[in-house]
Every structure is written in C-alpha cells, then in structure tokens.
Design a protein around this ligand. Sequence first.
Ligand code: S3P
Length: 439
Amino acid sequence: MSKSINFMVEPGGNMQGKIRVPGDKSISHRSIMLGSLANGITHVKGFLEAEDALATLQAFRDMGVTIKGPDNGELTIQGVGLHGLKAPEKPLYLGNSGTSMRLLSGLLAGQSFDSTLTGDESLSKRPMKRVTQPLAEMGAKIATTEQGTAPLHIKGGQSLHGIDYLMPMASAQVKSCVLLAGLYAEGETSVTEPAPTRDHTERMLTGFGYSVTREGNKVTINSGGSLDACDIDVPSDISSAAFFLVGASIAENSEVLLKHVGINPTRTGIIDILKLMGADIEISNQTTVGGEPVADIRVRSSQLKGINIPSDLVPLAIDEFPVLFVAAACAEGQTVLTDAEELRVKECDRIQVMADGLQILGIDARPTKDGMIIQGGKIGGGEVISHGDHRIAMAFAIAGLCADAPITIQDCANVNTSFPPFVQLAASLGLNIESKEVS
Ligand code: S3P
C-alpha cells in the first residue's frame, strides 16, 4: 500500500527567528532552461532543490545537457546553444510542475525532434490549450487529449513564425511559453498581457544577453540571437516566505526576519495585500542580484482586518491565496476576493478546496465563481485534505497558529514540490508541527 504524509499541528505558538527560505521556484526553472540553451557554462547558486525544479533539470539531462549538481543549491550547466538539444529517448516526465510543462512546450515546439511531455495526475488534468493554441498559431504541431490536457505530443521540424498574441488570461507561463517559442520563430513575436504577470523570463533573457523589449503590457522578442552563459544567484522564494509572513502576522508575540527574499514587483502582491489588512511588515537591505531585486523582510504580529482585495493585486499574489485565505480567517471582519478564477486551475481547485477546509475548521468561507468571501472568526480544530496541493497543505499548517484545537492535514507529500524543508523551518520558528507517514 502506498504511503502518504499527514501534517499534525498543535494549536497556538508564536513565531520567532531569522531564516532564509529556499530558492525561487520560477527563477530556478528558468535558470535550467536558459542555462541549457546558452553558449558556455552557467553557474547557478541558490537553486531550489525541490521536485518541480528537479523535473525541469531531469528533462534537460534527458535532452543531452550536462548539468553538475545540485550541490547545496549550486549547479554547473554546460550550455549546448539554442540548437544543441538532443531528442529525448522517452517521454519527458514533469511530475506536478505546470511551469515545466507550459514553458517546455514553447521551447520544444521549435526543435527539430519530436517530444512528449507527461505529468502526474494533477498536471494531467490542467488546461494546456492555453499554450497549444497560440503555439498552433505560430505553426507548431502539438497533440493533446480531447480535453486539451497532457500528454502533449510535440512534432519537431516545424517552421514557426512570430505572432502578435493578445493573451486572454494573466499568465506568466503562457507568456513565457510564447516568448520561448519566439526564440525559434521567424520574425517578431509579441505577447500583450491583460495585467502584469511575473517577468522572470524577460529579465533572465536580458541577463543572458538576449534582447527583449517591453512597451506597456506588450513584450517583444526576435529570433536569430543567441544566449551567452552567465552566473545566476537565485533569491529566496517570496511564495515560500509568504507562509511565514502570514504566520508571524497572525500568531501572538511574533517577529520573524526573512533573509534575501526576491521582491520582484510582479511578485509582491502578498506584501501589499497583507499591509492593506494591517500587517506590520518592514523591508530592508534592498539590492539587486542578477537583475532581480532582493531584500530582507521583517514581520511582526498584528491584528489583521478584512478587506476587499484589489483586483490589480491578484496576478501579483496568485500563488499566495491559500495562505491569504488563512490570514482572512484570522482577521476582524470580512475579506472579499474576486477576479481570481485562475485559482480554480492550479495544482487543485484552490477556491473550492480552501473553502471546504476552512469550513471544516469552523470558518464562514463562501466560495464564489471567481473568488471567496471569508468572515474572520475563531479557527477550530479538525481534519482537512490538501488534495496533494503543496500550498494548501502549508496554508492549513499555518492556520494552526490561530487555532484552538489540533489540525490534521492529509496528503502533504507534495510540499516537496516547492518547499522540502517547510516542516523543519516552520518548527524552528515555533509552529507545533509534525510530519507523519501514514499508509
Ligand atoms: C509561474 C506562473 C504562475 C504561477 C506558477 C509559476 C511561472 O502560473 O502560479 O506557480 O513560473 O511562470 P500562471 O502563469 O498559470 O498564472
């Protein structure tokens, strides 16, 4: 019988201490992709050694790239150049990682060889038409299931041409996919986004010496260039830091210092939303590493209040809503989230699954088509299910800080996709958490 992991959280506790959370997942993926396609040797430090980023790493090894490490977050990638990848011998298995599948589909659409992309049960249910459709407009040949899901069968040897793509949803994965295909497409490729989304691909391409231009919400790339290897220092992931930003806000007598966190303005919605809720957050030591802004973030306990979350902050905090819902549950008054239907197509339906879990814990949380209405209240104990979604599991663990009885969270093994040392780091700060293998 297969084993699964449950988190057992005792109620209460404070959060105190200074930590550095693991490297940024989005930047780690991109460091492998661009490092592999560059001419020369790329050194990466701060790489996220977690299942999602390791799936990307394995995919490039399967396509003939020599990558040394990871060793303590350090990697050495021997770039093969834009046209140096080799046909993989078998389907590329990308586990739980939507970023790997969507970005790779763009990159592989322009190769001379055929490839197949597969994923786990969750990834195999996620929408891929959003990438195959613009890629088809560029001349790519990709077959999906009838539902538009993986496996993706990508036909090599197609000649792609640039498009001017008006992206219907605010998605950095779709934008990045089209831009990466644009490296191989004749002429100019542009993506116009309905709202700003994370721009790590654009920044890193620039860091590798590849020209990307932006005018308002439109990003443009031309084919015909090359990538020059460079060194990458991956900052800590603000999406992992988010659990402690909320944790130290909602727990009494808490103060946490999070070191060297990426504060790219396309990712800092969590800080803006928490500040609107009354959080005590201070940013210091701001610098730039490899084109990405980083800083230390200090957070102290505060009484949060409910707010209407401004729609323009939604794409800038898209991965942080599970834990923001917990913040809302601990806040005074009502919090309303709208314009966030994208949450329904993440690793699970994060609106439904969070509403179900919060209700089990005694919170009045009403899911809506595109968000949630949460009435702050007293969090009770109970047993909730994460549906194999890493961020749901960690969010409910943080809820324990404000709960008045133990919380058990089922199906937490996937925390390893983004934040393997979560339990250990959360416990070191003061969360009463234990991870238990169950059959
Ligand atoms: C990511 C983009 C976001 C985010 C995901 C990582 C990326 O997805 O949710 O965790 O690295 O580009 P969408 O582009 O689907 O919003």
